[in-house]
Design a protein around this ligand. Structure first.
Ligand code: AGP
Length: 590
């Protein structure tokens, strides 16, 4: 998704901005650009495609802005890439200007010419028209006309060492080091560059100037802010061999161990009242985090006997949900910047609910907005496909389930004391990888697949299927095994792959029945189970033995072979698992 960087430096800034943009590449983008202030006014280089296209003789100048664009309004092209320029101004923008069509029409009728199809270009035009010599006021006036979300960084040729920034609904962070001051949309952009950071809140502006960053409200009144050291989870990540996705799968045992250690040190007392007394619990998230939230619903309802309502965040925010001050709202987001999840959390908060966040980024917008944040310690996740963060989200949500149960009935679930076994079990799950590679080689040319499960395994099936769609570009559907014969079985024909996750002893026979029904119609059947009997006696053509763990904890490891399977399928089909087409790592627009 779009990324912003900007820098007022003691020396030439082009290389600094270029490096920061490369650190944003993992987020997914389709064009990039840099603008630098110098004696010629504003020099701009912007290109469709990779950041590396911006290599070339660096522009001279110590103040500049850069951008990676993920197309929303207008196709990927040089012209639509940011920065956008109008007169003395250059601008980079993240977010969506919802009233851009009306603004653009009005500007065209007043004689303005547009050079791109973007919504962003209207902002720089508005700034230019509002300018009467005061840079900051012109930005404030322009922002006053915008509806929707924006994070912007703007240069003005009359202000050679200044960047004016504004945030509304899209993340923007100020950063500082000894030799440069920065703005960025994502902390990883400044890894190894800034030592201290300070996120802006919605409605805030900041000016990066000669040796200082000044936060202001729209009336120009100064806002007191505190800069904090860049948190360890934002340390730079790199991969020496293979892909980030493979590396991140390999990190699952360590990520689980670190997350568990951090959870054991977390003081839940500040949220005890909400955990004990909430009449209802709501959970909302997107994509992989939504699958984790669904698993939380199952675990919390069964252990704490409290109703949990789980929503796709994009649906929750438009439902006029029945949530109020007696309720607990759990928002799950690896990045903590997903627009839909943030808006859902804002809505829950506005209705008086207690908002608890589960996120991987301590300094994210979600953590800042929440009444209480559980920060997992998955470490930086660079591959677009979430892997280790899913396992860690599940761990946090199961831990939260145990706390809810404890605060309600002074009892922990019986699996609670076994959480320490998870890192070793995750490591054992890697033992399935050689077999999974064989399976991937067999299925790599398939066009569709079904993933089945019952109970908690339905969530694992859904997550496995999402991974396969996302990076291997194979249609896959994950759902309840019992539903197969209510319509979907019609699609099964000779050789069609049907995979079942079966980790519940009570439900095993039922899941195996569904697999048998598929097999009877010619399906190629696969089973994942920790039960040797299921592997040898079921009708599966291919079996994969999972490590033994308490049944309730199985979802934390049974997904690992499926994550690896998707990765292998992707690689065998010749794609890059770290940068799937059309997708972005954190989806900061609606
Ligand atoms: C997962 O593989 C996906 N890339 C995607 O579904 C992701 O989980 C979703 O966009 C939510 O992201 P978040 O956890 O950062 O909020």
């Amino acid at each position: 998704m779009c990324g912003i960087v900007g820098c007022v430096s003691a020396e030439n800034c082009y290389e600094k901005i270029f490096t920061a943009l490369t650190r944003l590449e993992y987020r997914g983008y389709d064009s990039a650009g840099i603008a630098v202030l110098n004696a010629d006014g504003v020099s701009v280089r912007k290109k469709k495609g990779y950041v590396s296209n911006l290599k070339g003789k660096p522009f001279a100048g110590d103040t500049g802005i850069g951008h990676t664009r993920w197309a929303t309004h207008g196709k990927p092209s040089d012209a639509n890439a940011h920065p956008h320029v109008c007169g003395k101004f250059a601008l980079v923008h993240n977010g969506i200007v919802e009233n851009y069509a009306a603004l653009r029409a009005a500007l065209v009728s007043e004689g303005e010419t547009f050079f791109s199809e973007t919504d962003s270009e209207v902002i720089v035009k508005l700034i230019s028209r509002a300018y009467t010599g005061d840079f900051f006021s012109a930005v404030v006036q322009a922002c006053g006309q915008l509806k929707g979300s924006y994070a912007i960084a703007v240069l003005c040729a009359d202000y050679p060492r200044e960047i004016v920034c504004a945030r509304q609904g899209s993340p923007l962070i100020a950063g500082a080091s000894r030799d440069a001051l920065y703005v960025c949309s994502d902390v990883p952009a400044l890894c190894g560059a800034a030592e201290y950071i300070c996120p802006a809140c919605d409605g805030e502006f900041f000016r990066i100037g000669e040796g200082e960053i000044c936060f202001l409200d729209k009336a120009g009144r100064q806002i007191e802010k505190t800069f904090v050291r860049v948190a360890p989870e934002n340390r730079a990540a790199s991969v020496s061999a293979g892909t980030f996705m493979e590396k991140e799968i390999a990190e699952i045992p360590r990520a689980l161990a670190d997350t568990l250690e951090s959870l054991q040190k977390t003081d839940f007392a500040p949220c005890a009242r909400a955990l004990r007394q909430a009449e209802r619990i709501f959970a909302a998230a997107c994509g992989t985090a939504l699958n984790a939230a669904q698993a939380f619903k199952d675990a919390a309802e069964s252990e704490a006997r409290c109703p949990v309502f789980c929503f796709a965040a994009s649906e929750f925010r438009y439902r006029d949900p029945l949530i109020g001050e007696k309720d607990l709202f759990v928002a799950v987001s690896q990045s903590g910047e997903t627009a839909d999840t943030l808006e859902a959390a804002r809505l829950a908060k506005a209705r008086g609910a207690y908002v608890l966040a589960v996120t991987n980024i301590a300094q994210s917008s979600l953590a800042a907005l929440a009444d209480f944040a559980i920060v997992m310690r998955a470490g930086p996740e660079i591959a677009v496909a979430a892997t280790k963060s899913y396992n860690c989200q599940l761990l946090c949500l199961y831990y939260l389930t145990a706390q809810i149960k404890f605060y309600r009935v002074q009892e922990f679930p019986d699996w609670f004391c076994r959480l320490g076994e998870l890192p070793a079990a995750a490591e054992s799950a890697f033992g399935c990888f050689p077999q999974i590679s064989v399976l991937a080689a067999k299925l790599k040319n398939e066009r569709a697949m079904f993933y089945l499960g019952r109970g908690a395994d339905v969530r694992t099936a859904a997550e496995g299927a999402l991974k396969l769609r996302e990076i291997a570009y194979i249609f896959a559907e994950g759902y309840a095994a019992g539903e197969l014969k209510h319509g979907t079985l019609a699609l099964v024909e000779d050789g069609f792959p049907v995979l079942a996750v079966s980790t519940s002893e009570k439900l095993a026979a039922k899941t195996e029945n569904a697999l048998a029904e598929a097999k009877a119609r010619g399906a190629f059947t696969v089973i994942l189970s920790q039960n040797e009997r299921a592997i040898s006696e079921s009708c599966a053509d291919f079996g994969c033995l999972l490590p033994a763990l308490p049944e309730k904890l199985m979802p934390l490891v049974s997904v690992i072979p499926l994550q690896y399977f998707a990765c292998r399928m992707c690689l065998l089909r010749g794609f890059d698992p770290d940068k799937p087409r059309n997708l972005a790592k954190s989806v900061t627009v609606e």
